[in-house]
Design a protein around this ligand. Structure first.
Ligand SMILES: O=C(O)CCC(=O)C(=O)O
Length: 288
């Protein structure tokens, strides 16, 4: 199975914006798919937590992000981490692999958990497309960081009915390099980004907004099982992981079905709640 991501990159590359996060490759059925899905779906007992009156909407509308929102309990988060690490042991690193839910069941289960979709519904309304899921993993004591950026800058959508969830599968603290966000920055759509050549920047092109007033940044610290939700124009970043544990986040993007991809044909998503009356996107498969 070694090199499976490499071969995908070379065999199925397709056009997207050069700095689009999905530009490296398109996930397709691969020989190890069944095995990976099998490993990832080892049975677990989920202890369900309900999202108690999320009050997502007021804080989210004002600040452009909200946290912490309890999605699953710590035990369940630990089990999902184990499933990720079993999959990593089988296929290699899974950091930043796009549309990982088309291969693995664990991220799919988390991204479609009713607590998550209830939260997303308060933001996007009843019709919800799941656009992308990636793990963002920072190994202990490594320089990997994320520069200040606004997600929607390069994604090619004709609107901004989009929200990201960042779900912690390990402790996300200031020490481990949790996400930081600037309250109210979602009101400043389309800030100028410079491209940088910093190999330690998780972003493919090191896209960076400069002159951000870090004094007003909020550290979105999360316990495993908790999530933050942020708007696509919210300025956010993260520092290196200086802790002794891996910092693991499940990063999920949701969009409203009326959104259109303007940069290329064949973009894809999958309906996870409500109805898609537009059919602007090709349909991703779920896992398995
Ligand atoms: O995981 C991180 O540190 C940054 C996350 C991020 O940039 C995002 O969720 O858009």
């Amino acid at each position: 199975m070694e090199g499976v991501w490499e071969s995908l990159k070379h065999t199925k590359a397709r056009y997207c914006s050069p700095i689009h996060p999905f530009s490296l490759f398109t996930l397709v059925k691969i020989p190890c798919r069944i095995e990976v899905a099998h490993i990832a779906s080892a049975s677990i007992i989920m202890v369900e937590l309900t999202v108690n009156e999320l009050s997502i909407d007021p804080g989210y509308k004002r600040d452009g992000f909200v946290f912490p929102v309890q999605i699953v309990d710590q035990q369940s988060a630990r089990q999902h981490r184990t499933r990720l690490e079993q999959a990593e042991a089988a296929v290699g690193p899974l950091h930043y692999k796009p549309k990982i839910h088309t291969l693995l069941t664990s991220p799919w289960e988390l991204a479609t958990h009713s607590n998550v979709l209830d939260a997303v519904e308060t933001i996007l309304g009843p019709d919800i497309l799941l656009y992308n899921i990636t793990y963002i993993v920072k190994e202990p004591h490594t320089p990997a960081h994320v520069s200040w950026h606004q997600d929607l800058t390069y994604w090619g959508f004709d609107g901004d009915d989009q929200v990201s969830m960042w779900l912690a599968l390990s402790s996300a603290t200031a020490l481990s390099g949790c996400m930081r966000a600037i309250p109210g920055s979602h009101g400043k759509a389309g800030l100028h980004h410079s491209l940088t050549d910093d190999q330690t920047n998780v972003l493919y092109s090191g896209q960076t907004v400069s002159d951000v007033d870090e004094n007003v940044a909020v550290a979105c610290e999360l316990e495993p099982g908790q999530a933050s939700f942020h708007h696509g124009w919210t300025l956010h970043s993260s520092m290196p992981n200086q802790s002794d544990d891996r910092r693991i986040g499940l990063n999920v993007q949701y969009i409203a079905p009326h959104m259109h991809q303007t940069k290329h044909d064949g973009d894809s998503a999958i309906l996870v709640r409500g109805e898609d009356r537009y059919n602007h996107f090709e349909i991703d498969t779920g896992p398995g």
